[in-house]
Write a protein that binds this ligand. Sequence first.
Ligand SMILES: *Cc1c(COP(=O)(O)O)cnc(C)c1O
Length: 222
Amino acid sequence: MAKQALKEITGKIEKAARIAGRKPSDITLIAVSKTRSSDDIRPLLEAGQRVFGENRVQEAADKWPALKADYPDSKLHMIGQLQSNKAAEAVALFDYIHSLDRPSLLKALAKEMDRQDRRIPCFVQVNIGEEPQKGGCEIAAVPALVEQARKAGLNIAGLMAIPPDDSNPAPYFTLLAKLARDQGLAGLSMGMSGDFESAVKLGATHVRVGTALFGPRPTPAG
Ligand SMILES: *Cc1c(COP(=O)(O)O)cnc(C)c1O
């Protein structure tokens, strides 16, 4: 089932890319496997999917060392809010971090990357809808945070955002793309199950898709 969904979603990404005059190979599909068991994940690995997203350090630490042992070329993206005291574990476990959103976390990540001599690219998460309950740095704070991250030696891949739930995401995707352009950043992590085609048309380089691949999540996963 997930295998068939993977084919369909890949096809939709390719179509959206072509409509926008983009190369499908410039878009990375992140299969969001939070709350899914290793048995749910393995069919996608067998089908050739290699890029996955998790939102909790502990859950990823429970599942992924064994999966990565079997599929050493798989890549794991941290897409959830990250506590500074989990920086060491996150740097050891993940290949990308999408949730860099504040100076304290930036410092903790830079320190750990130095200590472990492991430089993993980071996306700066932006609170694009200016929603108090959501993670991400304020729009106005993006330039300063990006500059601080670059000074600390971090590899900033781009910007990430989750638009507000109940509105058309397109204007938020457009705004995130502009913010990234202003900072000279090529990466745009935006688009989920309900809106990844729109995100691709508006410049997404990384789409994060969970339910459209795996079906409804059994439990809310924040
Ligand atoms: C869960 C999650 C997704 C995937 O959401 P779906 O609607 O299941 O595709 C994408 N991004 C983040 C940050 C998430 O937490």
